[in-house]
Write a protein that binds this ligand. Structure first.
Ligand SMILES: [Zn+2]
Length: 459
C-alpha cells in the first residue's frame, strides 16, 4: 500500500461484472429451454437468443480508504432471453425476413440508458415499433407471403410476449394456473378483429364453392387469409396489421413452464393435454413429446413446432421444502420450491410482498395512437412500480417512434393527430412519426383511399 498511496485504484470492470453476476445468480431464476419441430411445408422458424446481457453504468463513485482513492463504477447488470417463433404462409420469405430483422428493429426502438425496471416497462412499446417497422420494410419489397410471430422476452421473473397470428404461448405457473400470453388472431374466433376489418373496408366470409355453399373457416377478402394480423401479406389488405397483442406478467418466485407452439400443435392438442403429456420431463424431451403427441393425433398435416421454457427458481437454503408429495400435477410442481403455509416467521418476513403471479400489462389495440399514448404508459407503470418515467426517456425526441429515423423539423406528425383523444393533447405532444410511418398508420386504420395503395411508392 505504501507506494500506491497516491494512485487511483479502479476495480477492473471484469471483477465488477463477476461480482454482479454472483449477486444476480442468488436471486435470478434459471431459464431452461428446448425445442422440437416436424416439418411439412418448411415454413416454421424459430430464433432463440439466450443470456443476452445489458450493462448500465450509473455514474462513478469515488471514495477514499486509508488515503488510497478508490473509484467504483456502479453498474446495473441484467440478463434477458429472447424466444421467437414464426409460422409462415404462402411461402417462407416473410418468416425468414422477420427472423432476420425483427430482433434488431425491436432493439433499435428500445431507448438507451434505462435501468432494469425502466427497460422492462419500455418493452411493450418497443415491441410494437419493432413489429410495425419489420412489416413496413418487408412490404416495400412487395413480395407475397406472411408470417405469424410469437416473441417472448424473459427478464428474471418478468415475461413479456408480443404476438400476431395464431401461434400460441401458454404459461403454467408453479401454482398450477394456466395463463394465455398470446392473442388468437384467427378471424374465426375473434369477433373484435372481424369488426375492425369490416370497418376498415375488408370483407369477412367463408370460401364460396359456387353453388351457394360456404366452406372452411372465416377468411378476409380480398386475399382469403384466415388471420387478421401478421407480418407481410402485402397482397392481402393493409387492414391485416402487424400491431402485436402484448402481455406482460411477473411470475411468483415458484417459477413456471412456458409453451410456445405453431398451430400444428394447437390444432391437435388442447392446452391441458400439451401440458400434461410432458409433465415432469426436462425441456428438450418435453418439446419433442408435445410435437410427437400432436402428430400422432392429426398426422403430419402442417409444420409442427414447439418451444418449452422452464423458469426455475434458484435454490434458497433457508427455505424449508414442504414434505407432502402429490401425484399428477405434483410431478411438475415438485420441480419448483413451494412455500408452506405454516412456515416460520422468518420466512414470512422474507415474503412480505404477495408471492403470486401478477399481470403487469395487457394491450391488444390495433391503433398505434393507443399503443403509444400516455395513459397506457402511466397505467402500466403505475400498477407495476408506482413511479413515473419522464416521456423523454421512453421516446427519443425528433426520432420516429416506429422506424427510428430522424424527423426533419417540418415533418414530424404527432401520433395522436386524428385520434379521438387528440383534444386533450397539444399538437407538440409526442411521440412523433415520420411521414412514411404516418402513411403506414393511416393505411392500417383503413384511412387510405381505395386504389391508392401504391401511390406513395412513386414519390
Ligand atoms: Zn418512421
Amino acid at each position: 500500500m505504501m507506494a500506491a498511496s497516491r494512485e487511483h485504484h479502479t476495480v477492473p470492470l471484469s471483477v465488477l461484472l463477476k461480482r454482479e453476476l454472483a449477486n444476480e445468480r442468488v436471486e435470478k431464476p434459471e431459464i431452461l429451454y428446448g425445442q422440437a419441430c416436424q416439418s411439412k411445408k418448411g415454413e416454421d422458424f424459430t430464433l432463440l437468443k439466450t443470456e443476452c446481457q445489458r450493462i448500465v453504468g450509473d455514474g462513478i463513485t469515488t471514495y477514499s480508504v486509508f488515503g488510497v482513492s478508490l473509484i467504483q463504477q456502479t453498474l446495473f447488470f441484467f440478463f434477458f432471453f429472447f424466444f421467437q417463433l414464426f409460422d409462415g404462409h404462402n411461402g417462407s420469405a416473410a418468416a425468414i425476413y422477420t427472423k432476420e430483422n425483427l430482433l434488431n428493429n425491436f432493439i433499435a426502438a428500445m431507448p438507451p440508458d434505462l435501468n432494469k425496471e425502466e427497460w422492462v416497462a419500455a418493452l411493450p412499446r418497443a415491441l410494437v415499433a419493432g413489429f410495425v417497422k419489420t412489416d413496413k420494410d418487408f412490404q416495400q419489397r412487395a413480395r407475397t407471403s406472411g408470417t405469424t410471430v410469437t416473441f417472448a422476452v424473459i427478464e428474471g421473473l418478468v415475461i413479456t410476449v408480443a404476438s400476431v397470428g395464431d401461434s400460441r404461448c401458454i404459461l403454467e405457473s408453479a401454482e398450477g394456473d394456466l395463463y394465455y400470453l398470446s392473442a388468437d388472431h384467427r378471424l374465426e374466433c375473434n369477433e373484435e378483429e372481424r369488426e375492425r376489418i369490416t370497418a376498415s373496408g375488408g370483407e369477412v366470409g367463408r370460401l364460396n364453392t359456387g353453388g351457394g355453399a360456404e366452406i372452411g373457416p372465416l377468411r378476409c377478402w380480398p386475399g382469403g387469409l384466415c388471420l387478421s394480423r401478421s407480418i407481410g401479406d402485402v397482397d392481402v389488405g393493409e387492414y391485416i396489421v402487424p400491431v402485436p397483442y402484448v402481455k406482460q406478467i411477473k411470475l411468483s418466485t415458484g417459477g413456471g413452464r412456458l409453451i410456445i407452439s405453431s398451430d400444428g400443435v394447437w390444432d391437435a392438442l388442447s392446452d391441458e393435454v400439451a401440458l400434461d403429456c410432458c409433465r415432469g420431463m426436462p425441456v428438450e424431451a418435453a418439446a419433442a413429446q408435445i410435437v410427437k403427441e400432436a402428430v400422432q393425433v392429426k398426422g403430419l398435416r402442417d409444420d409442427t413446432t414447439c418451444i418449452v421454457i422452464d423458469i426455475v427458481p434458484p435454490e434458497k437454503p433457508a427455505a424449508p421444502l414442504p414434505t407432502p408429495k402429490k401425484l399428477g400435477r405434483g410431478v411438475f410442481k415438485s420441480m419448483f420450491r413451494k412455500r408452506s403455509p405454516e412456515s416460520s416467521s422468518q420466512i414470512d418476513k422474507e415474503f412480505l410482498e404477495p408471492d403470486v403471479v401478477e399481470e403487469l400489462f395487457e394491450e391488444g389495440s390495433a391503433m398505434l395512437s393507443e399503443r403509444f399514448c400516455f395513459d397506457a404508459m402511466h397505467f402500466c407503470v403505475k400498477c407495476r412500480l408506482d413511479m413515473k418515467y419522464p416521456l423523454c426517456k421512453m421516446f427519443k425526441l425528433f426520432i420516429c417512434a416506429v422506424c427510428q429515423v430522424e424527423i426533419k423539423p417540418d415533418e414530424g406528425i404527432s401520433i395522436h393527430v386524428g385520434s379521438s383523444d387528440f383534444g386533450k393533447l397539444r399538437p407538440w405532444d409526442g411521440p412523433f412519426l415520420c411521414s412514411s410511418c404516418q402513411e403506414k398508420k393511416e393505411a392500417m386504420e383503413g384511412k387510405r383511399p381505395p386504389g391508392d395503395r401504391h401511390s406513395s411508392d412513386s414519390d
